[in-house]
Write a protein that binds this ligand. Structure first.
Ligand SMILES: [Zn+2]
Length: 558
């Protein structure tokens, strides 16, 4: 029906243009009085666009677009504000992000009393339901001290609590949670973990690393109903920060099922491309699913693997030892032990037409994946396959060439650069940081960048990513002119990576990523002109309106 309407409208437009009158049918939505950055070299700017259904039918100057105004046309007046394509976050963990929004937030609980108050409030509003999340930071308390279950037992009664420290390496369980996990005074510390105890040897509730496992095992699996709620929260948040597409890494099949349910109800407001775990590649291959298979709202056909760990945990895999931990150079992931098994799976998945996305952070981890991609290309022949390396944080100088010649997309998260930048030099030394988060060198080598956040690991707000890529000002405020400033890129380059770059990474560059006639009507109206304000101010810019598929999915007053 929609396509018939589009045809009818276009015919009517031709007729009305010929007669110089208004279209009786008109567009569904007109965005007018905007300062549009289209991302299209042939028509870089415009002031208005018309939308029918979920697509842009015309873009140009306000006076020309007026002829699309019909009886029922909705008008969105951008009031002269900067308008750009919707952001496409190329790397998120969408359900984790949604769950974090729903969980109790202890990040800025600056005193034990405030910590307890927030947990108590949640226990009263949802008695009996596990209280999870947290992100508490005992270093904010003066004096710093670890929380204890005694602090929260009385106010939570039987409601189990299991809240993490922000680094994820320890958590506080209350007595109800310890009881369900069977942890008592008599429980010994497991290998690789410790149960914090008081002077009498009684567990205080804080569990470190492997000692958390028994509680994690008894936390109930998310119900289908709850998962839908979590996804809805994530969608709402994405709309509020102008994210109209996400590429979801390592979703479970339950997550996919929730997305499919919302897609069938027409309730998705952010487009999702999902890349389940690489080790399960055959699930998609056996039913003939290939890259970017699905609708404009929900697609599958990619797989996501891991080459190594992270810089923070000294598990990213490097050619040379860590500078501050010389007894290690990191680790290849389980999936890469041995590399031959990874090669076999990726080779077969590529042969089946699936898209390969692999997490690789250390220079040797990245190199190992480029080796595998080289082998796959040689064995399976050339085609438009858009290999992806996720994170691509620390690239050996010799490998930039290979990134380009293998046409690997570098799927990167600029916010991590200003976070890791606080400690990266200490960890890997002054030489290796020169090609760390090497946005500029990658672009200079003709490599495609796709930007994202790794949400919930980093905030979903794309303006923070634009700020990070253009300033490289670390979160600790110690590098206001940029950490490794040679790797800063321009705001246009950063926005491109976050829109058409991400669209390219998911084989959707013909459908979205720029604002042009025929493409999906996904756009954002911003509070400030990101192309003319100083980059240091980008982090304060907010989204006034988000349009996804021709519908206004978020709007706020300036
Ligand atoms: Zn991730």
């Amino acid at each position: 029906m929609r396509s018939i309407r589009v045809i009818v409208s276009v015919v009517l437009l031709a007729w009305t243009v010929a007669c110089g009158s208004r279209s009786p049918l008109g567009a569904d939505l007109i965005v007018t009085n905007a300062r549009i950055w289209t991302g299209e070299p042939r028509q870089p700017s415009a002031t208005a666009l018309a939308i029918i259904g979920e697509r842009i039918v015309d873009i140009g100057e306000t006076k020309d677009i007026e002829r699309w105004r019909g009886r029922d046309t909705q008008i969105l007046d951008a009031q002269g504000r900067r308008t750009i394509p919707g952001f496409n976050d190329a790397h998120v963990h969408f359900v984790d992000g949604g769950a974090e929004l729903e969980n109790v937030d202890l990040k800025d609980a600056d005193t034990p009393a405030e910590f307890a108050r927030r947990i108590g409030e949640r226990a009263r509003s949802r008695p009996g339901e596990w209280i999870l999340g947290g992100n508490w930071d005992d270093q904010r308390w003066s004096p710093p001290e670890l929380p204890t279950r005694a602090l929260i037992d009385d106010i939570t009664n039987g409601t189990p609590v299991f809240v993490y420290r922000y680094d994820g390496h320890m958590a506080l369980a209350n007595s109800a949670a310890l009881g369900r996990a069977g942890i008592t005074e008599a429980t010994p510390d497991p290998p690789g973990g410790s149960i914090v105890r008081d002077a009498k040897g009684v567990p205080t509730g804080v569990l470190k690393d492997a000692a958390m496992t028994p509680v994690q095992r008894v936390v109930p699996k998310m119900s289908d109903e709850r998962r839908l709620q979590v996804v809805k929260s994530a969608l709402k948040h994405a709309a509020s920060v102008g994210v109209t597409s996400v590429q979801d890494m390592n979703p479970s099949y339950d997550d996919l099922s929730a997305y499919a349910e919302l897609a069938s109800r027409g309730e998705l407001t952010t487009r999702i491309y999902a890349a389940p775990m690489e080790t399960d590649w055959y699930d998609q291959a056996k039913i003939g699913v290939r890259r970017a298979f699905g609708s404009t709202w929900l697609r599958i056909g990619a797989i996501k693997g891991y080459a190594d760990g992270s810089l923070g945990a000294t598990t990213a895999f490097f050619f040379q030892p860590y500078t501050d931990t010389p007894n290690t150079r990191g680790l290849l992931s389980d999936e890469m032990q041995p590399i031959e098994s990874m090669r076999t799976r990726l080779m077969a998945a590529d042969h089946a037409g699936l898209q390969l996305c692999v997490h690789a952070i250390g220079d040797a981890g990245i190199s190992a994946i480029l080796d595998l991609f080289t082998d796959i290309l040689a064995a399976n022949g050339d085609r438009d396959r858009r290999f992806r390396i996720e994170h691509a944080q620390h690239i050996a100088p010799k490998d930039f060439d290979r990134f380009a010649s293998l046409k690997v997309v570098a799927s990167m998260q600029p916010y991590h650069a200003i976070d890791d930048g606080r400690f990266a030099e200490r960890r890997i030394g002054p030489e290796r940081i020169k090609t760390t988060y090497a946005f500029k060198t990658l672009l200079d080598n003709g490599v495609r960048l796709a930007f994202g956040t790794d949400w919930a690991v980093a905030p979903l707000n794309p303006l923070l990513g634009l700020y990070a890529a253009t300033t490289r000002a670390t979160l600790d405020g110690k590098n206001p002119d940029g950490w490794v400033p040679e790797q800063k890129i321009s705001i246009e380059q950063a926005v491109t990576a976050y829109t058409s770059g991400s669209a390219f990474a998911e084989f959707q560059d013909r459908e979205k990523g720029t604002l042009v006639r025929g493409k999906l009507a996904d756009l954002v109206i911003l509070s400030d002109d990101i192309f003319s304000i100083p980059p240091a101010r980008l982090k304060d810019v907010h989204v006034l309106a988000t349009v996804a598929g021709g519908k206004i999915v978020h709007q706020r007053q300036p």
